[in-house]
Every structure is written in structure tokens, then in C-alpha cells.
Ligand binder design. Structure first.
Ligand SMILES: [Cu+2]
Length: 449
């Protein structure tokens, strides 16, 4: 030992009554360095030190006993391998962690799943309650539409059936693309649920190519966002059962390997998890998602595209699209009437690019930034950044009639397909918007109708 570093750490553990278990801890302590200038964070005199220690329980606690063990140990000091640190770890048994609760602990503890653990009564009751929830069969609703706002104020078991169907579909007037869709559309169905609901996700793989797929849902708390639970081979149905713990608007997507390919092939959608009290009512709600396609023309048929992994790696897409097709929201614009309050649920599937979402001629008078539905919304925002795998909720008040353009304000992407329209019908409002000559649009302009 070349230098003395003193530290003290605290951790907790449980012991089964009657057991004398060997216990392995992996923990992080903070070393208070008196003299070392090499270790990370030494300037603050507190550097994280990874500690692995073994102890043998000498005594067996009875039910009411709070137990405290102290252990003198030595550990290697990261960043200063020649040095050893000596210290004392104080381990306390939590007061609420009775030996009964710890009955099922395995001899070796680590932070991985312990199938022999015994759940406490509250946890068992919670699991049992999900079996008696009223069942709601979720309708299949495709973009740009969304299901109506929820009126129930109690949790339910929401059953959603999602299928993967392969389908060649036009992505522009020039090209078709061999999409792998959820329920035949890009994006996939919009799911609307409430925080505290249990989502029963039945995923059926009807992809004729034989490719396996799954669903990684960003609203799901647990490994892979539920991907491992829903991994389905051809003609298989897999069911994941997930409690929706947090409100928000979340992207779901296939994460089967290679995940970037599955996402660009159209396997994505969104789930809205409403807060307990719901969202404020508006007049119109729409669903749109952005994504990119990395492709080359097929040698046999130049109108048919093939995925191109190289341009994906280079992040140079052939198309940047709203709702899976150039012109999807130009030929069929989002429609509203003057004075109506409009809400757009906007998601970005990526797989690579962040979106600078903007509506030309409008300001988001409410912006639920990053689809955070709990914090107060931001006000009067012109453009919002939506990361790949992220979402946002915007609201605007359409008081002046006309056509408004939905764009990614990384504006060269206009020529790759990222453009759509919101049309507002109503009487002129010269008090807000007027000119001395007839308004004109520039020729060959994609921005203006
Ligand atoms: Cu897939």
C-alpha cells in the first residue's frame, strides 16, 4: 500500500432467519483522498471507487433485530492502480427489511433477476389486481387519426392487437418501397391508454418473408421495452403484459436485429399514456410521424427501392417522410376550421435524424416539450427539436384561415419529402393578416399551397 485513502460506505442487506449466508456485494463507495492527485475526482476529494466484498455472516438475526456489521477491506483504486485504499464499510439491515421479507434471498446476491425471491404481500396484491381490471379492446386507428380522448377515470386492462404485414407501398410519385408495416400502415396504429392501465400487447407476425419481429415500446418499463416478450417468428403471436407507469407520448418500434433496418422499413408507431386526469380537451387531434429511408433503386426495376445499409451508416437518406410517404399530408392535408384548437401528436422514428418540427405561419401556443405531459407546457414556441426515438405534443389556435406548412426546419429535407399541410377554413381576418396587393406564392414552391 503506497498511499492511505480513507473511506466509509454504507449499504444494506437482508438475511433469512436461521441462515448463515455468504453474501457478495458490489457497491460504489466514495473515497476521500488526502494526498492522491491521480484518481478521478481527486480535486473534489471524492472519487468513486468500485468495491466488491465478501462477508460471512457470523450471527443469525431474529425477526426484530436491526443488524450492523462492519468490515475492514482493501480495494484497488481506479486511475491509480499502484495504490490501494483501505477503509471500513458499515452494513446495516434496513428496519423495514425483516428476515421474513428476505426469506427467499439466494445465497449470492447481485443485481440480476432472482427467480427465487419471495414477493411481499403488497406486491402480490398489486399483481393480483391486474387480473381483475375491466378489459378494454383497443380499436385499430391509423394516422393521421387518433382514438377519441378517454372518458374513464379508472385503470383498465387495454388489449391491443398489432400485426406485422409486409407490403410494397409508394413512398413518392417515383418510387415504391418494400415496407414491413404494423397493421398495414406507416406509421403503425395509435394506441391511447391511461397511466396505471395494464397494456396487453398481442403481437402477431404475418411477415411473409419469414423475418422475426418484436415491439420495443418506450412506455414499457423493463428490459428491452418489452421486446423480448413480444419477439415473434413467422405466424407466431406473442403477448406482453405491461403496466403503464408514466404518462406521456411514447414511440414504439420493432427492435429485432438489425434494428435500424426494421425501423426504416416502417415498423414504428406511438402510444399516448394520458395522465390520470386526462388531457385538456381540444377541437382536433392529429397523429404524424417522421422517418427516413436509406435506399437505392433496384437494378431490375428503377421504381422499386431496396434498403441500403451503407447510406444508413452515412446518415444520408434518400427520403425524409411524414407518415410514410411523400405527399401523405399534402394530398390529404390535416383539416380544421377557423377558431378551432388543434393538437398534433408528433413522433420521430429516426432511425438517424433529429427533427426540427415547425408549422409555417403558426406558433405553438402550447408545447409539451419532449412529450412531457406533466410539467406546465412551454408557450409560444416557433420550432421544437424532436430526437430520433422521441416525440412531442404541440397545440395551436388556427385563427387566420389558409394553408399552413408542416416541415422539418432542417429545410433541405423539404426536397426529400418532409412536408405536409394543415388547412384552416374560415373568414378572412385582415385585422391580423393583410396586404396591399394580392398575396402570391412563388412558382414550383413546395412550401406553399
Ligand atoms: Cu421487425
Amino acid at each position: 500500500m503506497t498511499q492511505a485513502h480513507q473511506f466509509e460506505a454504507q449499504t444494506s442487506y437482508g438475511l433469512a432467519a436461521g441462515a448463515a449466508a455468504a453474501v457478495v456485494f458490489s457497491s460504489t463507495a466514495f473515497a476521500h483522498c488526502d494526498s492522491c492527485q491521480k484518481c478521478p475526482g481527486s480535486d473534489s476529494k471524492a472519487a468513486p471507487v468500485s468495491v466488491t466484498m465478501k462477508m460471512k455472516a457470523e450471527k443469525t438475526p431474529d425477526t426484530s433485530q436491526k443488524r450492523k456489521d462492519e468490515l475492514d477491506i482493501s480495494v484497488a483504486h481506479p486511475g491509480n492502480e499502484s495504490s490501494m485504499a483501505a477503509g471500513r464499510v458499515i452494513m446495516k439491515m434496513n428496519a423495514e427489511e425483516t428476515p421474513e421479507a428476505a426469506q427467499g434471498w439466494a445465497e449470492e446476491l447481485d443485481n440480476s433477476l432472482d427467480h427465487e425471491a419471495v414477493l411481499d404481500a403488497a406486491e402480490l396484491a398489486r399483481l393480483a389486481s391486474t387480473g381483475v381490471l375491466p378489459v378494454v379492446h383497443h380499436p385499430v386507428v391509423m394516422a393521421p387519426n387518433v382514438p377519441p380522448p378517454l372518458t374513464r377515470r379508472h385503470p383498465a386492462r387495454v388489449v391491443a392487437n398489432i400485426e406485422c404485414i409486409d407490403k410494397v407501398m409508394p413512398v413518392s410519385q417515383f418510387h415504391k418501397y418494400p415496407y414491413w408495416t404494423f397493421n398495414g400502415g406507416v406509421p403503425g396504429p395509435f394506441i391511447r391508454a391511461r397511466v396505471g392501465d395494464v397494456l396487453e400487447l398481442n403481437f402477431t407476425n404475418r411477415d411473409s418473408s419469414g423475418m422475426a419481429h418484436n415491439i420495443d415500446c418506450h412506455a414499457v418499463i423493463g428490459p428491452g421495452g418489452g421486446g423480448p416478450c413480444t419477439f415473434a417468428e413467422q405466424d407466431e403471436t406473442k403477448t406482453g403484459i405491461f403496466k403503464l407507469m408514466h404518462p406521456g407520448l411514447f414511440v414504439y418500434h420493432c427492435a429485432a436485429a438489425p434494428a435500424p433496418q426494421h425501423i426504416q422499413n416502417g415498423m414504428f408507431g406511438m402510444i399516448l399514456v394520458e395522465p390520470e386526469e386526462g388531457l385538456p380537451r381540444v377541437d382536433r387531434e392529429f397523429y404524424m410521424m417522421q422517418h427516413e429511408i436509406y435506399a437505392i433503386e433496384s437494378e431490375d426495376n428503377s421504381s422499386l427501392l431496396e434498403p441500403d445499409y451503407e447510406s444508413g451508416l452515412a446518415e444520408n437518406p434518400m427520403y425524409v417522410l411524414f407518415n410514410g410517404k411523400e405527399g401523405a399530408l399534402v394530398n390529404k392535408p390535416l383539416m380544421s376550421k377557423q377558431g378551432e384548437r388543434v393538437r398534433i401528436f408528433f413522433g420521430n422514428a429516426g432511425p438517424n435524424l433529429a427533427s426540427s418540427f415547425h408549422v409555417t405561419g403558426q406558433v405553438f401556443d402550447k408545447l409539451y416539450r419532449d412529450a412531457d405531459l406533466v410539467s406546465p407546457p412551454a408557450r409560444y414556441v416557433q420550432t421544437t427539436l424532436v430526437p430520433a426515438g422521441g416525440a412531442t405534443v404541440v397545440e395551436l389556435n388556427a385563427v387566420v384561415p389558409g394553408t399552413y406548412t408542416l416541415v422539418d426546419h432542417s429545410i433541405f429535407r423539404l426536397d426529400k419529402g418532409a412536408v405536409g399541410f394543415l388547412k384552416v377554413k374560415g373568414a378572412p381576418r385582415p385585422d391580423i393578416y393583410d396586404s396591399k396587393a394580392m398575396p402570391q406564392t412563388c412558382p414550383n414552391c413546395k412550401l406553399h399551397d
